[in-house]
Design a protein around this ligand. Sequence first.
Ligand SMILES: *Cc1c(COP(=O)(O)O)cnc(C)c1O
Length: 967
Amino acid sequence: MTTQSQAQVTLSDLEQTQDFIRRHIGPDEAQTKAMLADIGAESIDALIDEIVPNDIRLADLPAIEESKTEVKALADLKAVASKNKVNTSYIGLGYYGTLTPNVILRNVLENPGWYTAYTPYQPEIAQGRLESLLNYQQMCLDLTGLDLASASLLDEGTAAAEAMALAKRVSKNKKSNAFFVAEEVYPQTISVVKNRAEFFGFDVIVAPAATVGEHDVFGALLQYPTATGEIVDIRPLIEAVQAKKGIVAVAADIMSLVLLKAPGELGADVVIGSSQRFGVPMGYGGPHAAFFTTSDKYKRSMPGRIIGVSKDTRGNQALRMAMQTREQHIRREKANSNICTAQVLLANMAAFYAVYHGPQGLKTIANRIHRLTDILCLGAATKGLQAIHANYFDTLTFNTENKTEIVARALAADLNLRTDVDGQISVSLDETTTREDVAALFDVLLGEGHGLDVAELDAKIVDCGHSSIPAELVRESEILSHPVFNSYHSETEMLRYIKKLENKDLALNHSMISLGSCTMKLNATAQMIPVSWPEFANMHPFAPVDQAQGYAEMIGELDKWLVELTGYDAVSMQPNSGAQGEYAGLIAIHKYHQSRGEGHRNICLIPSSAHGTNPASAQMVGMKVVVVDCDKNGNVDMADLKAKAEEMAENLSCIMITYPSTHGVYEETVREICEVVHDNGGQVYLDGANMNAQVGITSPGFIGADVSHLNLHKTFAIPHGGGGPGMGPIGVKSHLAPFLPDHPLINVKEGTQGNDAVSAAPFGSAGILCISYLYIAMLGKKGVTDSTKYAITNANYLAKKLSEHFPILYTGANGRVAHECIVDMRPLKEASGITEMDVAKRLMDYGFHAPTMSFPVAGTLMIEPTESESKVEIDRFIEAMVCIRDEIRKVEQGEWTVEDNPLHNAPHTLADITDAGWDRAYTVAEAVFPVPAAAANKFWPTVNRIDDVYGDRNLVCSCPSIDSYKD
Ligand SMILES: *Cc1c(COP(=O)(O)O)cnc(C)c1O
């Protein structure tokens, strides 16, 4: 090492200590050099030249800004955020002010132990979040009065659309093709449902709820309480639909359910809604979890993921995702829905909110909201302003001729009312509302000098014993009686409960999670910080746009950058996940064909290697999936593609391809694929999940595709949250731009007016866009491009090292891989009986999360290290894999039997090694400390291998009783 004297160092050199790029990218210079030597490449650029086909290489760095330091980027974004004017919101419509308990804010939302985990596909190292999700399901069951719950859907609008799809699947009214949506449902929900119905080919009837009995429908959607706040006894309506064998879904407000009779008790077949107001900030629309409950008899038709109770090999209770819902889209075009990434982090927050407050706390909160609403109602009535409904929970609607003055007074007092209905205003109160707020609302509604006093009105209400909740709709059933909701009400207890669960889960803050296709890269702390800034967190999605200028600027800038990085012309931020992006993109394609009088085009070509969400999404827009073969190298079989495209040219709508392919290879023929499809009248949907191998060096637009989704929770650093949130914006070429989603309450883009929405909120989960914004701002044009190059370098180093011990399934022209590689376990299974599952579980004993298992090829592991892992960590992973190879060899050679070996018995727990009768063919040390690195940073799986079959045969999706823990 050379030492420079102070005088020889320039200021620029000194300033490099602040450079974020070197914090984001794992390998340093020396490590990079060593890796390149092993790979056998001169330099990173020489390696990239070998790998990425020349005809798709971009000549220049992308035209975005230079990188900023963390300090500068945060300061600049703070200035942007401060352009948001956060009024107190009484808009309601599914989004409410809420008080996130600080113990949850800091220890869940802001805690990498929770936010960097992955979807719990490996349940033995995910028991913490599985327990919390089970709590979520239990909470939803109690509040809705049904017996099967999932965790969770993307938002209330899409949950309603999923309820419609379920109704069609299970309704015995097979001859009807109509779905009824009550006029009283939230406008954004109606828009999302109409959009979904159009492509399923259902007729939607939107009419007053009271008329539902006049229609012959396979299903109906009601809102409880209604959008204007009324509590209606929906029993007769439900009975009327069910009498004609229709299915009734009820969109319910979760806080009101604490006091109201559960929709399940009123006869509803499905209950959906948002759990946002249980402690999850509004975030200008999201992310929030939506709940979905139904009856056990519809379990095979359930959308989304169900957490179920099973047992492990020791017979102990253990949790897992039930009934293949862990990979529901594995059923491809036969899947119930295309949901993949959901809203796990937010479902967990809501569940913790219920755990922390408990049944009594929630009742107090709900009663307080309701009392303040009573006071507001009574006071206004005394002064001649009568709410239009006598029965309400938290929302009052007034017909008024003074709307203009009231709205002006509201804005002057920094508060927002609901104003989208002519001649009406509505006011929705929430947990944050205080006496002072109600007094201020009197001033706004009545003008000053009304002389009303909150305490006096309160006394009057107590005296007269009046109730604005009809007696027959007052809840009598218990809620949250399970011990978990009655044990952690002090902050100390709560803190420890959160920590106890966190400790059971392996997240990125413990070790590398090399899940191929999922891109588990660094989620930098600086990128996370603005998520909880009040300027971003507390904005209602339907606030007047002039109050959301900070959001507009941030989203606009991110939009511009994504346009540049994708090579497209326009971006829509609305889809809440990659799969929703696919759905939105396919809609754009279909509407484009329609606009040219070619609406009959309905064939979607999908290579056999595609992710399951691709065919699941195609099915949702009514397309017919035709599978294109792959050749023995894993590439799209060009002859098969040409033959099918030509044969089906008449009806070809599009192709969905992934690039680099899901096999981790840059197909040389990608431009030709685009040409063949275009020549036959089709459009090209390029699944952007693998953008981490494209950014800065090529782009979907440049390659010739028409539309792509981006998984911002993969390439652009939004953390996976243990299974969500995510964001799946789509980029399109200009000819598809007019067909991007819009929103009934906020116009999101010039030229899209009138298009229906794909999500409940105009900009999807806008509250987490700041993460991707800062990711790009802090890396700049060079950093984002370097990230791609290092992702490829790390993958090739890993592939090279592992190839000495395992077959690597697919490689490109020069024997290289892209940003991920597939290790083939099938030959070893053949020779030893050890499966890819055994290897996945054994990695836990070494302190690692398994790579992606059996996708895209059964019997394989797909590994994606990302640019953020250093050589040290990658070497640790390689060491684990090599040691596992040696263990397999011992089985092959008969030193260990197929049953009695550390792979078959993995993962190992403390219960195993403290068992007095350890009599295995290998030692305790071999079991749990197989290498020194594992011993030095030991992660203990809390359960043994979980029995999948048992869990599916005995589906339990609620919290087990305490007794069941004893036996
Ligand atoms: C992750 C992924 C998707 C789905 O994205 P979600 O955000 O989980 O809905 C689609 N295609 C591929 C190739 C993926 O890896």
